[in-house]
Design a protein around this ligand. Structure first.
Ligand code: FE2
Length: 133
């Protein structure tokens, strides 16, 4: 999955972090399509994803609070739900690696479409409109 210019919202830090998200998703995609059962590689991706959420969500949430962003509740709820879902997938002892990798991959892909390309674009528009970036 290639990062495309049309995905850019025009807020530098946000676009940069979203690109990192895609890089990580691609590692996972490779793992799933090549059916590599590499637990260490899976754990690296899983750890990156959790760390990414901690940093990226915190940054967005700080912006939203600081500037009284009107959709803060809905946006933050989506972040929290996503983290909960991730932790559930990652900690599931019943899945083998490749199953877990593909479940996580599906989750990241739908997050990309539903959150990064939808919900996040409203913050970007807000930041740009008020010259906050
Ligand atoms: Fe977000």
């Amino acid at each position: 999955m290639e990062w495309e210019e049309k995905y850019e919202q025009g807020v530098i830090w946000q676009d940069f972090q979203h690109k990192q998200f895609i890089d990580n998703l691609n590692i996972l995609l490779h793992m799933v399509t090549s059916k590599e059962k590499d637990e260490r590689a899976f754990n690296r991706v899983a750890n990156f994803t959790i760390q990414y959420c901690n940093n990226h969500f915190k940054t967005e949430e700080l912006y939203m609070k600081k500037h009284a962003y009107p959709r803060i509740k809905k946006h933050t709820d989506e972040h929290n739900q996503f983290v909960q879902d991730l932790k559930k997938i990652i900690s599931d002892k019943n899945f083998d690696n490749i199953e877990k990798a593909s479940t996580l991959l599906n989750k990241l892909m739908s997050w990309f479409v539903q959150h990064i390309l939808e919900t996040d674009k409203y913050i970007a528009a807000f930041i740009k409109k008020h010259n906050l970036s």
